[in-house]
Design a protein around this ligand. Structure first.
Ligand SMILES: CN1c2c(nc(N)[nH]c2=O)NC[C@@H]1CNc1ccc(C(=O)N[C@@H](CCC(=O)N[C@@H](CCC(=O)N[C@@H](CCC(=O)O)C(=O)O)C(=O)O)C(=O)O)cc1
Ligand SMILES: N[C@@H](CCS)C(=O)O
Ligand SMILES: [Zn+2]
Length: 768
């Protein structure tokens, strides 16, 4: 029996974010399409070579994407909405592709070379990760066609370089499940979609591919009867169409979908044994013996070293009986590329970690032991075991004071002093804001100058005094401009922050941070999640000085700006040696201290961003409530210490939370700002139905697009909002922070937004 190693996908941004820089140059017009494609091809070549060298036997192709693999699939199938030119468009056209991803501010009509002035496709979270995909849009009457053969091209490209790969396709049922139908149920197009997949698979067989990896992570979620029937129909059709299929599931166990999955006539099945270690026995029993099993035993979602010794004990009996493929639990897209690039990591913490490259090394080690016995790699095994033991025994992960504080928590600490209605009355007097108050979500453009100054400061080329003076000047400029443009509740601009989570991670005890640990968030945007390895505490105020500095510059109120405990947890690589809720309570206490210090300094409105609360929702509904209960409790613990006159704001971006509104209500925030611009205020209907009591700022400006919306567009969106909510509930704001935008976009957009609010106010008065 033989054990082999597969990777299901490798980070596509490159070890030094080469793709990010190339894309941004291309968009800025300083790089040609050929140069961009060369960078992309170089990255693919390097990734194949690297994985091959590291010992992977099954290399993926088509795991690369210029922006997003879900968008690639939509374009491949010709699901191009009419606003980008629809069926008239060539799916291989890069202008159209990027217009769908980012919107376009062009003047063309989409049929010529210049793109039209169009909004981007809706963007949302990929399952429970911090990766965002472009939601497939299927319009009524649209005819799908196989128009772009990128998967085939990349397979051939690898082959020409001597790499035999297993191409990766996003499975048809997951694609359809993630799609939004406009006047049509996406599943009505099932047979068309299957026809195109079958054609593609035949082409793969002709090109020489023996296997195709077909990703169906939707199998780790609750499925409707329609989805289940679609699976049966789909794989009956696709299994015989060409190459063998490795049906790949991840982000959780198969649970009640196991019977269905086992019945599908595919040649191989990949399962996630990190999120669902206990499913192995049931899978082995249910799945026919001739099926090749691929076991996701190394965590593709976290950065800790694998417990190799336990895995050997667990897998050896099975490996003696049947061929096995060992793999990361999911694509390595969600972890940084290479630990070797970390020049500043503390040595003790470093030995506890494995990034994408090291994870393939771990798999290779496991493979060698299972194929040839422990004797062939004794030193490597000893190093792995020592490193693991060092983490478990380290004094650095425990802080008794934190344990005492968490043990002393009381329910009263999670309660505000009065109901929302009473608080709103007091806050109206304290803040004295107009109707339809305007504000922004916190960050202003992180311009090249801001990033450059920080990079120089970090390198030691700028001293602390000069860097501080630079940041103060930026902040002052932002305050002056906000006064001029007429915003009501101001922000300091977050210029001092590299990232809203990383910034706090760097200030709190219990976190380590990387220099090159980038992970793609969307398109060219990356994040460097902090590594939460030990008990969390705050030793000194983290944001008060910046707030005070900004507030001293103006008579208008300035919001205090914090990242909430659940978001810090969900956007960090979190320790796996204690339950997440326990870790979250530690963070909540640290944020609570900060909230109280801000209030003590005189801050009247404090925003605690919980942008990631929704994405942390377990994929299975039966697990939701317990997550929501502790997540909401942690938010309340962070927020509820303040007096009734202090207005607590929260913000959530890219959230689909119709189905969790009772929990959003229980957070008991005074004001919540949410994404809605790309989805035409769809979400507000649910808020209205639920009779959400508090104030809401539905985003009227899609900040992820370079396109500048005009005043009338924003007035129209707010009018839509008013069909769902009472005017006194409504705030006017963008749908997220403005850090990714340029001032030349922000200034006119916010001026229009303030103009829109004024129009609404005057109309409201006329109406009265
Ligand atoms: C709100 N969002 C966030 C998510 N997750 C987070 N952890 N943070 C978020 O804000 N998830 C959901 C959304 C996703 N949205 C975004 C939006 C924007 C970005 C983004 O802009 N990322 C930046 C990197 C940010 C950062 O950490 N910057 C550092 C380092 C800057 C840098 O690259 N420096 C260069 C030198 C620069 C120079 O000399 O000019 C270097 O080090 O080489 C900083 O500012 O200090 C990005 O560039 O992608 C991400 C998610
Ligand atoms: N305050 C943050 C929230 C982003 S989700 C910002 O404005 O960037
Ligand atoms: Zn946001």
């Amino acid at each position: 029996m033989t054990v082999t190693v597969a990777t299901l996908g490798f980070p596509r941004i490159g070890p030094r974010r080469e793709l990010k820089f190339a894309l941004e140059k291309f968009w800025a017009g300083t790089m040609t399409r050929m140069e961009l494609e060369k960078t992309a091809a170089d990255l693919r070549r390097a990734n194949w070579a690297r994985q091959d060298e590291l010992g992977a036997d099954w290399l993926p192709s088509n795991d690369f994407s210029l922006y997003d693999h879900v968008l690639d699939t939509s374009v491949m199938l010709g699901a191009i909405p009419a606003r980008y030119g629809g069926e008239r468009m060539d799916p291989a056209d890069l202008e159209t592709y990027f217009a769908m991803a980012r919107g376009a501010a062009g003047t063309g009509d989409c049929c010529g070379n210049a793109p039209a002035n169009v909004t981007a496709g809706e963007m949302t979270k990929w399952f429970d990760t911090n990766y965002h995909f472009i939601v497939p849009e299927i319009e009524s009457g649209c005819t799908l066609r196989l128009g772009h053969f990128k998967p085939l091209e990349e397979y051939r490209e690898a082959r020409a370089q001597g790499f035999e790969t297993r191409p990766v396709l996003l499975g048809p049922i997951t694609w359809l499940s993630l799609a939004k139908g406009r006047g049509v149920d996406p599943f009505d197009l099932l047979d068309d979609v299957l026809g195109h997949y079958a054609t593609l698979l035949r082409l793969f067989a002709q090109a020489g591919a023996a296997w195709v990896q077909i990703d169906e992570p939707i199998l780790a979620t609750d499925l409707s009867e329609r989805q289940r029937r679609a699976f049966t129909r789909a794989y009956a059709k696709l299994a015989g169409a060409g190459p063998k299929l490795m049906l790949t599931t991840y982000f959780g166990g198969l649970g009640d979908n196991l019977g269905l999955t086992a019945s599908l006539p595919v040649a191989g099945l990949h399962i996630d044994l990190v999120r669902a270690p206990d499913q192995l026995g049931a899978v082995v029993e249910s799945v026919p013996e001739d099926r090749l099993l691929s076991l996701g035993v190394v965590d593709g979602r976290n950065v800790w070293r694998t417990d190799i010794a336990s895995l050997i004990d667990r897998l050896a009996p099975l490996a003696a009986e049947r061929d096995l493929v060992l793999a990361p639990s999911c694509s390595l897209l969600h972890v940084p590329v290479d630990l070797a690039l970390e020049t500043r990591l503390d040595e003790e913490v470093r030995q506890w970690l494995a990034f994408a490259v090291q994870k393939i090394e771990e798999l290779d080690l496991l493979k060698r032991v299972l194929n040839h016995g422990r004797e062939v790699v004794p030193e490597e095994l000893e190093v792995a075991e020592k490193a693991l033991a060092s983490r478990h025994l380290s004094a650095r992960i425990h802080d008794p004071a934190v344990g005492v504080r968490v043990a002393g928590l009381t329910p009263a600490m999670r309660e505000r002093g009065a109901s929302y209605v009473e608080r709103a009355r007091v806050q109206a007097d304290v803040l004295a804001l107009p109707a339809f108050p305007t504000t922004t979500i916190g960050s202003f453009p992180q311009t090249r100058e801001v990033r450059k100054a920080r990079a120089e400061y970090k390198r030691g080329a700028m001293d602390e005094a000069a860097y501080g003076a630079f940041l103060r000047a930026e902040t002052e400029r932002a305050i002056r401009w906000q006064e001029e443009v007429g915003l009501d509740l101001l922000v300091h601009g977050e210029f001092e922050r590299n990232d809203m989570v990383q910034y706090f991670g760097e200030k709190l005890a219990g976190f380590a941070f990387t220099v090159s640990g980038w992970v793609q968030s969307y398109g060219s945007r990356c994040v460097r999640p902090p590594i939460l390895y030990g008990d969390v505490s705050r030793s000194a105020p983290m944001t008060v000085d910046w707030w005070r500095y900004a507030q001293d510059l103006t008579d208008k109120p300035v919001k205090g700006m914090l990242t909430g405990p659940v978001t810090i947890l969900n956007w960090s690589f979190v320790r796996d040696d204690q339950p997440r809720d326990e870790t979250c309570r530690q963070i909540a206490l640290a944020i609570r201290d900060e909230v109280l210090d801000l209030e003590g300094a005189g801050c009247k409105a404090i925003q605690i961003d919980e942008a990631a609360l929704r994405e942390g929702l377990p994929l299975r509904r039966r697990d939701w409530q317990s997550y929501l209960d502790w997540a909401v409790d942690c938010f309340r613990l962070a927020a509820a210490g303040v007096g009734n006159g202090t207005q607590i704001h929260t913000h959530m971006c890219y959230s689909e939370f119709n189905d969790i509104l009772p929990s959003i209500g229980k957070m008991d925030a005074d004001v919540i700002s949410i994404e809605t611009a790309r989805s035409q205020m769809e979400l507000l209907e649910a808020f209205a139905q639920y009779r959400y009591p508090g104030a809401i700022g539905p985003g009227v400006y899609d900040i992820h697009s370079a396109r500048v919306p005009d005043e009338d567009e924003m007035v129209a969106l707010m009018r839509l909002a008013q069909t769902h909510l009472r005017p006194e509930q409504l705030w006017v704001n963008p749908d997220c922070g403005l850090k990714t935008r340029a001032w030349k976009e922000v200034k006119p957009a916010i001026a229009s937004m303030v103009g829109a609010a004024r129009k609404l106010r005057s109309k409201a008065q006329v109406g009265a």
